[in-house]
Design a protein around this ligand. Structure first.
Ligand SMILES: [Mg+2]
Length: 175
């Protein structure tokens, strides 16, 4: 048995909360349906829950780090009402043109989390709503799930809801 951890990496906007373009205040944060219940289930079967989010609004000056932290405090608090817990949050503040290693579709945030938390990426999952999420997950070696109705989207699994994504993870990891 491997002593490494399994993780579910989660995009934030459009997966955990409704996607507000350049969300800049905690008042704009609204959990999407089924997310609290779903994360709790994943917690219970031993997955680490790691949020990986591109937030170029930081470097664009559209959001302060202080407000971003407040948004994430609200996220943690709202999830705790469901008994759901996030283990870590990774934020890429960079602009696309900086060509950094952390901005999705690159897998930098996932790789850094894997190192820090001892994660076996091959038995881990990435849930996102955009192609860049699936690309980052695939580049890291994870199974990818996209919540999308885009027929052009490419991922190991495409689903309609967070609940369905959790059901896939549960059925894939049974036994
Ligand atoms: Mg998203």
């Amino acid at each position: 048995m491997s002593s490494l951890n399994r993780a579910v990496f989660l995009d934030r906007d459009g997966v955990i909360c409704y996607d507000v373009h350049y969300m800049s205040s905690p008042a704009q944060f609204m959990l999407m349906p089924g997310v609290g219940e779903g994360i709790k289930k994943l917690n219970e079967v031993g997955f680490l829950i790691i949020v990986v989010t591109n937030q170029s609004g930081l470097k664009r000056g559209l959001i302060t780090e202080e407000n971003l932290n407040k948004i994430h405090e609200r996220m943690v608090k709202e999830l705790s009402a469901y008994g759901a817990k996030i283990d870590d949050i990774y934020v890429c503040p960079c602009l696309p043109e900086e060509d950094c290693e952390c901005r999705k579709p690159r897998p930098g945030m996932l790789l850094e989390a894997a190192k820090k938390h001892g994660i076996d990426l091959k038995s881990s999952f990435m849930i996102g709503d955009k192609q860049i999420d699936a690309e980052a997950g695939k580049a890291a070696g994870c199974t990818t799930i996209l919540i999308t109705d885009d027929p052009e989207a490419k991922a190991d699994y495409k689903v309609k809801s967070f609940k369905e994504a959790v059901e896939i993870i549960m059925s894939e990891t049974k036994g």
